[in-house]
Design a protein around this ligand. Sequence first.
Ligand code: PNS
Length: 159
Amino acid sequence: MPTALYPGSFDPFHNGHLDVVSVAAELFGSVIVAVLVNPQKPAALFEQQERTELIEASVAHLPGVVVRHFTGLVVDAVGRLGADFIVKGLRTVGDFEIEQQMAHTNHAVSGVRTVYVPASPAQSFVASSFIRDITRYGGDVSALVPPPVAARLRERFPR
Ligand code: PNS
């Protein structure tokens, strides 16, 4: 069974991410969620280890899904963690442009392919950056994130 690697910074993991992981698990059977540090997005809410734990709690009901953290290139994570290809979620045309450039670059330097999963319409507006903004200003994001993430945000950032 091929294994898909779903990389991201997941700060924080939200319902759109959960939707992509669920579809990838249904399609491919085996998925590794890889929590990476995006140098363009310094950790704002949670450190890498805590993000990993929150994702583990959020995907515990999905068979075939494991969560790992990794430092370095996504294509190295594919090799090191024993995956076969990368899976990415697409919400908008803007996402497509960015992802397509990364997919071609990753393939050119390593031969690793990327497969896209479209975000479901109900989740296609959700973005970690909005969740960070709302959280910082004391808003409620519990409609946008899985229960373990909502609970930790409430603890860490009381309203
Ligand atoms: O959730 P994000 O922040 O959009 O995820 C972006 C991420 C972590 C997948 C991207 O920044 C990334 O690929 N980082 C690892 C470094 C890397 O492989 N760079 C080359 C990309 S072509």
